[in-house]
Design a protein around this ligand. Structure first.
Ligand code: GLC
Length: 470
């Protein structure tokens, strides 16, 4: 059986050469040319510049938001802190005990955020978050009497930050769309919900994005960390930028560097990436919860990759190249049904392909009522490789630009998220492609598990230290 390699470009070999050529022709828009890759880099550089400009000639699709993180952990922080991590359907409540800047104890509990809370009125969402904190505190027997816990709030959505503890929601993304929160300060809404309960003495002292939390956690693990990334349901990155380059930040500043949240999930929302956009990308966008937004993220992030894959297979079927034109219709849906194939399926298909197997791919197709022959299985494996490969290339193009921009002797890139952890192509291919795209820029990819939440607790500790000092 054919074993694919995670670091090689996917190859398709069918027993029927005509069918093979037809499939490859259909798939060709998903294979980025050298010119397209160069252009993605150029456009990213330009959009970053516009996003940081004081009065840009046009609006950038990149928010390039100052996170106001004043300092990183310096080894003197001690005490107990809490954190919340909201961004996906799993919400985390975290307790951390620090001694001399080291995490001595951590407790993380997971809560499922039901759909009615993700799509209902904002106050109900924040009431639910406050309820979870209370549940956590009581279940874990945390002593609340006579003390105020400082809490870091990881709120993984685009925000305009006014300070470390003021974050106004710019837009919802991923699977959230609550009313009454746009333009509001998420810290205030959480504080109000905590106060409505009356059983918690908690001060929300910092709000941050999950990428920022990951970078803070990364720098705790390795002081050379300069980039934080999430490769999960959504995708985004942040990096350490020179304050002198942030033209849009008025006034004089004592710090030389600050973390900037790029919000690259929205890269291309103004049309600048249309030259790589395929009809399948448009179809995925059209069927998503928040259409015409987060263009870049929808090219490959965990919430969307399964659907992209399904759309491509659907076209191949309709062209008669795949499964004799059948689109299925089994217990698990069909090729026309949104959500019938998930990113988890793709990780499984890719994984067994790297081991030379084809049971999982067969199972996925049979679940949809399809009856694949051997060539169909090869096509299905190939397409999983093609959509995944394009995703990794896109992410690496951006990282390469950042490494060049930062000009560090060495840069550790802290990453959290299910796609990075469970999709077998991402990590090895990223290692290879980043080295090729940014030659002479040594880097390490470092998994920062639960980094987004733990980094938030660390940030609350840093804020506490600075406040005590002042
Ligand atoms: C979405 C959010 C962004 C977050 C990313 C990863 O892109 O807008 O803030 O960092 O998902 O969770």
């Amino acid at each position: 059986m054919n074993k694919a390699s995670p670091t090689s470009e996917p190859k398709l070999t069918l027993s029927d050469p005509d069918r093979q050529q037809k499939a490859l022709d259909i798939l060709s828009p998903l294979v980025l040319t050298k010119t397209q890759k160069e252009r993605v880099k150029e456009v990213f550089i330009e959009e970053m510049k516009l996003g940081l400009a004081a009065s840009p000639e046009r609006k950038s699709s990149l928010l390039m938001e100052n996170t106001f993180i004043p300092e990183l952990v310096n080894g003197t922080e001690s005490g107990e802190y809490m954190a919340l991590d909201l961004g996906g359907t799993n919400f985390r409540v975290i307790y951390v005990q620090l001694k001399d800047g080291k995490i001595e104890e951590e407790i993380i509990d997971y809560y499922h955020v039901p759909e009615d809370k993700r799509l209902g009125p904002g106050t109900e969402l924040f009431d639910f978050l406050a309820y979870c904190i209370s549940d956590f505190v009581h279940k874990r027997n945390l002593n609340l009497t006579g003390r105020t816990y400082q809490l870091g709030f990881t709120f993984s959505f685009p925000m305009t930050q006014k300070s470390l503890n003021i974050g106004l929601l710019v837009s919802w993304t991923k699977s959230f769309n609550c009313s009454g929160v746009l333009g509001e300060d998420a810290v205030q809404m959480l504080t109000d919900a905590i106060n409505r309960r009356g059983d918690l003495d908690i001060t929300v002292s910092a709000i941050l994005n999950d990428t920022t939390g990951t970078l803070v956690m990364g720098s705790y693990l390795d002081p050379r960390c300069g980039i934080g990334m999430i490769l999960g349901t959504g995708c985004n990155g942040c990096y350490v930028e020179k304050v002198s380059r942030i033209e849009k930040w008025p006034g004089k500043h004592s710090e030389a560097e600050v973390i900037v949240d790029i919000e690259w999930g929205a890269f291309g929302d103004n049309g600048v990436l249309d030259f790589i956009r395929t009809k399948w990308d448009r179809a995925v966008d059209d069927q998503s919860l928040l259409v015409h937004s987060y263009t870049f993220e929808k090219y490959f992030a965990g919430k969307y990759l399964g659907d992209l894959y399904r759309e491509v297979l659907l076209t191949l079927a309709k062209s008669g190249v795949f499964c004799e034109g059948n689109v299925g219709g089994g217990e698990g849906g069909s090729l026309t049904k949104h959500g019938s194939i998930t990113t988890k399926d793709i990780s499984a298909i890719e994984s067994e392909h790297f081991h030379g197997g084809r049971d999982d791919v067969k199972k996925v197709l049979e679940r949809l009522g399809l009856k694949p022959d051997e060539d169909d299985l090869s096509i299905a494996q190939h397409v999983a490789g093609v959509v995944s490969y394009r995703g990794v290339v896109l992410v690496c193009l951006l990282i390469g630009v950042l490494l060049d921009r930062m000009e560090r002797e060495h840069c550790t890139i802290a990453i959290d998220g299910s796609l990075f952890q469970h999709h077998p192509r991402f990590r090895p291919l990223m290692d290879k492609l980043i080295s090729e795209l940014a030659p002479g820029r040594p880097f390490d990819l470092r998994l920062a598990s639960d980094g987004s939440g733990l980094g938030s607790a660390l940030t609350a500790a840093v804020a506490d230290r600075l406040q005590k000092k002042s």
